[in-house]
Write a protein that binds this ligand. Structure first.
Ligand code: BES
Ligand code: ZN
Ligand code: ZN
Length: 495
């Protein structure tokens, strides 16, 4: 799909014209870019459809006159409640509506006031990501009805001035790449574990070696030699081979190293502490690893100045004859011993060794781990925000700033001494699950902290947002969201 920009009077003959309006603009919208007959159609439609300009309001109308056979109106709600996210949802809805109407091309127009008051970069950022995310579908397996096969070929975004158009043009390619990587992570997280297994993730990583990224995949023997007793214990209940996937973007003259570490549990049955509900959703338990993998695909394209290392602990957590058991005592790569209290608290074990490896081998200036780590984070925040933890406020601020640019929600959570106390073992140094459920997202983070040494670290628990139930114009039902990909990429762009 082509995404381009335009300014001035509309000379194109698109199949569809989409007009976005705030609720205070519908009485007298100024739309000088439209020819007279199209703008008359728009006015008529506002009245006929009793269009109010509400945030989720969308109207579609087929005409046979003017430049545009299909007219779409989308509300932006009230100006004072405006959020960037609204614009993204609007773009997604417009793209879908135009596509479903059989249009091959659509021009997206906003009333002058919108585009003049808001920075053009922000407008372009939200619209472009909304377009790419809204256009994504997952239909590798279902029988696709003919009408769902329609494809939109071109989206043109109209800006009021040439200066604004140029500002938008400067960032469109980057924003598009980021959104496409997010879609890639959605693919990883939505395919089931019999497709996206540990080998699949390793193959996806190896593709990057042709693009200037050094890829190493550590197998079981190498990990045994390194003493990764935590990661390997989780893997031993499954026939699927564990992999530690390492992707290293190391540009000349880099001054800084950032490491991303992802939980890549391709399926989490819970182990012997078998899950009792929603087990099928646990194909998405590799979404942290998938985010790191997809972000590294973006790094290969966007070529940031600093060194970026992506590491994924890829395993499956099942109940095979050799499965690890509650009460087992494991020894981590960093030498700490861990008593297994619950085999379903496997993510922190996988990450523990992966974090040690990242820190010892690459000595990063900052590390970010991404994981669908706890149900407790979902209980705390609902499906609306990720939970973030840190040992370094400054590093967290950098991550949060990147998240803001990316339009992703990250809510800072506390990490107290008391949380760490709860993770001390009875018969070993640590335990992998606290004695009670309270503050479960915090105690999980406290466990990870034991593997961080002194590196500035941010832990992002994406369990709330990785595979949520609410759908939207940019998120189909029952699919992975690609959470955290754009934050990670924005972070590398600022380095
Ligand atoms: N993968 C799950 C966490 C999860 C739950 C992600 C729901 C997405 C949605 C994780 O491995 C897990 O099972 N955690 C346990 C930890 C507990 C046993 C201490 C949990 O959250 O219940
Ligand atoms: Zn689990
Ligand atoms: Zn898990």
């Amino acid at each position: 799909m082509k995404i381009t920009t335009t300014t001035g009077k509309l000379k194109l003959q698109p199949d569809a014209v989409a007009v976005c309006l705030f609720d205070d603009e519908i009485k007298a919208p100024r739309l000088p870019m439209l020819d007279r007959s199209t703008s008359r159609e728009v006015m008529k439609l506002i009245t006929a459809a009793k269009f109010k300009g509400g945030k989720k309001e969308i109207v579609r109308h087929f005409t046979d006159r003017g430049t545009a056979p299909v007219i779409i109106l989308h509300g932006l709600g009230s100006r004072k409640d405006f959020e960037w996210h609204t614009l993204r949802l609007v773009a997604g809805a417009v793209v879908r509506s135009a596509r479903d109407a059989g249009a091959k091309s659509v021009v997206l127009i906003s009333e002058e006031k919108l585009t003049d008051e808001l920075p053009a970069e922000g407008v372009a950022r939200s619209l472009v990501s909304g377009i790419i995310l809204g256009n994504w579908r997952f239909d590798h397996y279902r029988e696709v009805p003919k009408e769902d096969k329609k494809e939109l070929k071109s989206v043109v975004i109209h800006f009021t001035t040439a200066v604004r158009k140029r500002a938008a043009d400067r960032i469109i390619k980057t924003v598009r790449t980021i959104a496409e990587c997010q879609n890639l992570a959605r693919e990883y997280g939505t395919h089931p574990a019999n497709v996206v297994d540990t080998n699949y993730l390793a193959r996806e990583a190896r593709k990057l070696s042709k693009q200037g990224i050094r890829v190493t995949v550590l197998d079981k023997t190498r990990m045994e030699a390194l003493g990764m007793g935590l990661l390997l214990a989780v893997a031993q209940g499954s026939a699927m081979p564990p992999k530690l996937i390492v992707m290293d973007w190391n540009p000349r003259n880099s001054k800084k190293t950032i490491a991303f570490v992802g939980k890549g549990v391709v399926f989490d049955a819970g182990g012997l502490n078998l899950k009792l509900s929603s087990m099928e959703e646990m194909k998405s338990d590799m979404c942290g690893g998938g985010a790191v993998l997809a972000a590294m695909h973006g790094v290969a394209k966007l070529k940031p100045k600093c060194r970026v290392v992506g590491i994924i602990g890829a395993v499956e957590n099942l109940t095979g004859a050799n499965a690890y058991r509650p009460s087992d005592i494991l020894t981590a790569m960093n030498g700490k011993t861990v008593e297994v209290m619950n085999t379903d608290a496997e993510g922190r074990l996988v990450l523990g060794d992966a974090l040690t490896y990242a820190i010892r081998k690459y000595k990063p200036n900052g590390i970010v781990d991404v994981a669908t780590l706890t149900g407790a984070a979902v209980v705390a925040l609902g499906e609306y925000s990720n939970a973030v933890f840190t040992n370094n406020e400054r590093w967290q601020k950098e991550v949060m700033t990147a998240a803001e640019r990316a339009g992703e929600r990250m809510w800072p959570m506390p990490l107290y001494e008391e949380h760490s106390e709860l993770m001390k073992g009875d018969t070993a140094q640590l335990r992998n699950a606290a004695p009670h459920r309270w503050g479960g997202a915090c105690t999980a983070a406290a466990f990870l902290k034991e593997f961080i040494e002194d590196t500035p670290w941010v832990h992002i628990d994406i369990a709330p947002t990785a595979f949520p139930s609410p759908e939207s114009s940019i998120q189909p039902r029952k699919t992975a969201t690609g959470s955290a990909v754009s934050t990670l990429l924005e972070l590398t762009l600022g380095c």
